[in-house]
Write a new protein. Structure first.
Lengths: 112, 111
């Protein structure tokens, strides 16, 4: 069966510091991968998606970036965090041929 | 765009009753819809989905109804249990990759 991992689970970072969140998927090949952000009391906002290694599409322009160095690894990064980057970051995967997206456990980021 | 506000709509039901959670969508071109359940501090969990060529789909204790005429989606949970307490999101697919999520409804099941 497929599983999706995210780490760290929680993170507290000062404004201006860099960020690296990691997501890995097991049990499938060539998945579509997604990064979402969820602000408190709100729905999910799609940040990036990837249909293959090195292929990244950005949905919302901001100071975040994403990379996919391996088939089942998706990384969310920032060079300098802003206070507004605080939130719950969720990685998701889907089969290339399916609309169903499955979410990881999330990373709670607090920028201080 | 999103409206400002941190308070989710809340539905309170008694254990054993049926729950109905509603969702309105705006894009008539959307062809796929999903309901997710999210417990506090966890990632959303897939519940059930429906394609636009259907108007009803049933799962275990859950039924999704789709009314394309009024662009309305509902999730019915039969015999609601305390473990059903969570935030429920509907999401629509309209661009091939991007799921567009609603703000969510908080379901509270009371004994």
């Amino acid at each position: 069966s497929q599983t999706i991992h995210q780490w760290p689970a929680t993170l507290v970072q000062p404004v201006g510091s860099p960020l690296s969140l990691e997501c890995t998927v097991e049990g499938t090949s060539n998945p579509n991968l997604y990064w979402y952000r969820q602000a408190a009391g709100r729905g999910l906002q799609l940040l990036f998606y990837s249909v293959g290694i090195g292929q990244i599409s950005s949905e919302v322009p901001q100071n975040l970036s994403a990379s996919r160095p391996q088939d089942r690894q998706f990384i969310l990064s920032s060079k300098k965090l802003l206070l507004s980057d605080s939130g719950f970051y969720l990685c998701a995967w889907s089969l290339a041929s399916s609309y169903e997206q499955y979410f990881g456990p999330g990373t709670r980021l607090t920028v201080t | 765009g999103e409206s400002v506000g941190l308070h989710l709509p809340t539905l309170s039901v008694q254990e054993g009753d049926n729950s109905i959670i509603n969702c309105a969508y705006s894009n008539s071109a959307s062809d796929y819809f999903i309901w997710y359940k999210q417990e506090s501090g966890k990632g959303p969990q897939f519940i059930i989905d429906i394609r636009s060529n259907m108007d009803k789909r049933q799962g275990q204790r859950v039924t999704v109804l789709l009314n394309k005429t009024v662009k309305h989606l509902s999730l019915q949970i039969a015999a609601t249990q305390p473990g059903d307490s969570a935030v429920y999101f509907c999401a629509e697919m309209h661009s091939g990759y991007a799921l567009n999520f609603g703000k969510g409804t908080s379901l509270l099941v009371t004994p």
